[in-house]
Write a protein that binds this ligand. Structure first.
Ligand code: AHM
Ligand code: MG
Length: 338
């Protein structure tokens, strides 16, 4: 790339030259990126900033919150509530939706996020991230008609208008789609801005790398057992090739690797908590990642249907997730239909 393109310029061009996004959405994405920059600085400081460790509280899912979960949630809310581009927000860390206070102007967008994904990695200095999804409030003018409520959020993933994540790893990288491919931006700390470092990201259709928490193997359903067993048999088995395995326990970091060099990621339903469809959350984890992966030529399924086609019934709904290189995801889906 001859001259550096900042995220701001990239978005302005998407709005002005290509007409792909409205001004309000451009503003929203810039604000989310600014918030991610703030979270990245906090993550970077670690123990020096007093941000490590538990917060002695639980979120709506009954999970113990880390200090950084709460800090990241606050950074995202404070950055986004006053700009006039949003009607409301929803987060993994908040039970109900957060309606933009009446003292601020309201917009037509809805923002969902997992403020700090991979929380178990915070204190051990392993990559973590922020995942976000943007929907448009359906129907009427948000300034005059019905107040926003949870039902406005319950839209299928295929209705997202923007989605992305920011991974806080050796580099801080923001990955974004507005429905015309996937672009990556690396944070230039000296300049304080995200710089475009990869456009038109593509996931290879085939792979020899899988990501799953193997310690749960005995709890999986038969189709997932079958797929992983075949991978483990390597060149001596059905697949005729050796597979490699990676599991970072931060979905953001695992998906980032898959967008960078291919692979398949799975967090399937398992028998530990049979009443839950999976561990990961549909609306602010699976949907944005599924759209990014599809936009990069991959596939995303719950084993039975395309993730982006699932009609959400509640904000914190969980889902089984299988995503990544297309041919592998289709194979696992076939095994579920057998
Ligand atoms: P979190 O949002 O509370 O951090 O939980 C989601 C994370 C994913 O990032 C990751 O894929 C998974 O949980 C790891 O779970 P496990 O520790 O069961 O392997
Ligand atoms: Mg998460």
């Amino acid at each position: 790339m001859s001259s550096k393109i900042s995220l701001t310029r990239y978005l302005v061009e998407k709005q002005r030259v290509q007409g792909h996004i409205p001004a309000q959405l451009r503003l929203l994405l810039e604000v989310v990126a600014r918030a991610c920059k703030g979270i990245s600085h906090a993550v970077n400081k670690g123990a020096l900033g007093g941000v490590l460790g538990s917060a002695d509280s639980e979120n709506v899912q009954g999970e113990v919150q880390k200090k950084l979960d709460i800090i990241a949630n606050e950074v995202l809310i404070e950055a986004n509530e006053w700009g006039g581009h949003l009607a409301a927000m929803a987060s993994e860390e908040m039970e109900g939706i957060y309606v933009v206070p009446n003292r601020y102007p309201k917009g037509e967008y809805l923002l969902l996020f997992d403020p700090l994904d991979g929380s178990s990695n915070i204190d051990v200095n392993v990559s973590i991230g922020t995942i976000f999804s943007v929907l448009k409030k359906q129907g009427d003018d948000p300034n005059t008609i019905d107040p926003v409520n949870e039902a406005d959020f319950l839209q299928k993933g295929c209705q997202q208008v923007a989605a992305g994540y920011c991974v806080y790893g050796p580099q801080t990288t923001l990955v974004l789609t507005v429905g015309d491919g996937v672009s990556m931006f690396t944070l230039d700390r000296e300049q304080g801005s995200f710089v475009l470092t990869q456009e038109d990201v593509r996931i290879p259709e085939d792979t020899k790398e899988f990501a799953i928490n193997m310690s749960n193997m005995r709890h999986w359903d038969e189709p997932v057992q079958r797929y992983i067993n075949e991978c483990l048999q390597g060149r001596d088995g059905e697949r005729g090739k050796d597979f490699n395995m990676r599991w970072i326990a931060s979905m953001v970091a695992d998906v980032h690797r898959i967008l960078s060099r291919g692979g398949i990621f799975m967090y399937p339903w398992d028998k530990r908590e049979p009443h839950k469809p999976g561990k990961l959350r549909l609306m602010y984890e699976a949907n944005p990642m599924a759209w990014l992966v599809e936009q990069a030529g991959g596939a995303a399924s719950n084993g039975r249907e395309r993730i982006l086609d699932i009609q959400p019934k509640s904000l914190h709904e969980r889902v089984s997730v299988i995503l990544g290189s297309k041919n592998e995801v289709e194979r696992v889906t076939r095994y579920h239909q057998a």
